[in-house]
Design a protein around this ligand. Structure first.
Ligand SMILES: [Zn+2]
Length: 505
């Protein structure tokens, strides 16, 4: 069961209560199969039915597969949406035989719009069809339907799924107690007490779960790790790669799929949710809740909270420490918080907030790929020469004043900044609260920082010919000034500062 689902979607529902084994599986499967039958007969995808009844697609998928028993209210809603009496879905009569059930399934699959759209010949499920062929056909149809659902995610749907998950996390203060518990138990069992989790402890955790970690230098290019479930092996890149700390995280993420009981994702949302959960699990292991909260509480008591100290105490990257703060600051220390990873082009790559800081958003509410205000710490930090320490700033925004701390880094793809911030009233707990740096942002008002200087624009608009850098990491819309994909404010300033001076001799 997905902890996120439990936390965010179904607080203490009756279906989580233990139940007598035996009966449940059969009934749930029978109900699930009937729902699938009627859904497919109407040509609906899981996502479409989910939307119609206000339930997550992943949950419906589990119901259809008999992996969980639907509440009566859900059955009622599904029956309404499919236009059948609820009693039809609850009909307790099981199909007479295994073969008969398969024949019905094959019939239904061949009647589905998906199958008909392929233009393939139908197979008659007569007695002449051998049982193993019938079984294989039904399994193929099931897989075809699964792949169809999974590949249905357009970029637009992907953005919507991202947004949905971000809002769910915001509602629970980015804190998933079930995963925290599991991780805490596992690291303690592996000998963890305080500070950084060692590679050796990670290897012991893997071993306790039946895995051996093996470092290889020939992983497929498209993978970060590969797990051999049959032989209990997790293949990782060579231990000697620079920044080897990332290897603990990779191993923990690979372990997480098993710990959290993940199955092959049935949809894009499910894929995103699983990725989020394995990242969350790895963070919980690298900065275990008990030790982390103790560390942060002491720093708060001293009014000396700092991302860099948290990072150094647990031996993780600045980004990992900053992001982990979003899991713990609100839930355990009562401090609302925001987090951003911003590229040196100003694009927001990753963002979380529960403190009301006004993130740039597109019409669908998506924040990924949007351009962050030039006045925000996440961008002004790129102007700072000394980048060895954190950079502090107060920023006045239409939603109030925020105190933020930013640190820059770089990858092959370019520079980036990691920012953690809190509302003004909570700055008092942090090192750097005494900064005199203060900026004013009125974004999304275009006059804030998106409109070029009038003089510069007059001088350069018809004389500039910039060539856009392609953004590989994001498909998000690019800044739309005069030149497609290019920030015109920056182009004019660049040209003005580099132009030859007029000859005065
Ligand atoms: Zn602005």
């Amino acid at each position: 069961m997905s902890p996120l689902r439990v936390a965010a979607l179904e607080p203490l529902s009756e279906q989580n209560a233990p139940e007598a084994p035996g009966r449940r599986g059969l009934d749930a499967l029978s109900v699930g199969r009937r729902i699938r039958h009627h859904r497919q007969a109407r040509g609906l995808t899981l996502a479409q039915l989910g939307e119609a009844v206000g339930t997550a697609q992943s949950l419906l998928s589990q119901v259809e597969n008999g992996k969980r028993e639907p509440r009566l209210s859900l059955i009622g809603a599904v029956a309404d949406a499919l236009g059948v009496p609820a009693a039809d879905l609850l009909d307790p009569a099981p199909p007479p035989t295994h073969r008969a059930a398969l024949e019905i399934e094959l019939e239904q699959a061949q009647r589905s719009p998906l199958f008909r759209s392929l233009g393939l010949p139908r197979v008659s499920s007569s007695r002449k069809l051998p049982l193993d062929a019938l079984e294989a056909l039904v399994a193929l149809h099931a897989e075809l339907a699964r792949r169809h659902d999974a590949s249905n995610a357009t970029p637009e749907e992907a953005r919507r799924a991202n947004t949905e998950i971000r809002l769910l996390l915001r509602a629970v203060d980015n804190h998933l107690p079930e995963i925290e518990e599991v991780a805490e138990d596992l690291v303690r069992a592996a000998g963890y007490t305080v500070g950084a989790l060692t590679h050796r402890q990670v290897a012991r955790m893997a071993h306790d779960l039946g895995f051996t970690i093996i470092h290889v230098d020939d992983l497929p290019h498209s993978t970060r790790t590969v797990t051999d479930l049959a032989n209990g092996r997790i293949y990782l890149p060579p231990a000697s790669i620079p920044g080897g700390h990332g290897l603990r995280s990779l191993a923990l993420q690979a372990i997480a799929h098993r710990v959290l009981g993940h199955e092959r994702p049935a949809s894009y949302t499910e894929f995103l949710r699983q990725r989020l959960e394995i990242n969350y699990f790895a963070a919980c292991c690298l900065l275990p809740r008990s030790a982390a909260v103790e560390f942060l509480s002491a720093a708060k008591a001293d009014k000396d909270l700092a991302v860099e100290d948290f990072r150094d105490a647990f031996g993780v990257t600045h980004e990992a420490a900053a992001h982990r703060l979003t899991n713990l600051l609100t839930s355990h220390l009562g401090i609302p918080v925001h987090f951003l990873r911003v590229g040196d082009d100003g694009a927001l790559y990753r963002g979380y907030e529960n403190d009301g800081v006004p993130f740039p958003q597109d019409a669908s509410g998506a924040v990924e790929g949007q351009t962050v205000c030039r006045q925000w710490t996440a961008r002004t930090v790129f102007e700072v020469r000394n980048r060895t320490t954190e950079n502090y700033q107060y920023t006045d925004t239409p939603a109030g004043t925020f105190w933020c701390s930013s640190q820059t880094g770089s990858t092959e793809g370019g520079g980036f900044s990691i920012t953690v911030g809190v509302p003004y009233a909570h700055a008092k707990w942090f090192r750097g609260r005494d900064t005199r740096v203060r900026r004013r942002s009125t974004c999304p008002d275009a006059a804030c920082c998106r409109r070029p200087d009038v003089e510069l624009e007059r001088r350069w608009a018809d004389a500039a010919w910039p060539s856009a850098r392609l953004h590989a990491q994001t498909l998000a819309p690019l800044p739309s000034g005069r030149f497609p994909g290019v920030d015109d404010v920056e182009v004019y300033e660049f040209l003005a500062s580099h132009a030859p001076r007029p000859d005065t001799t």
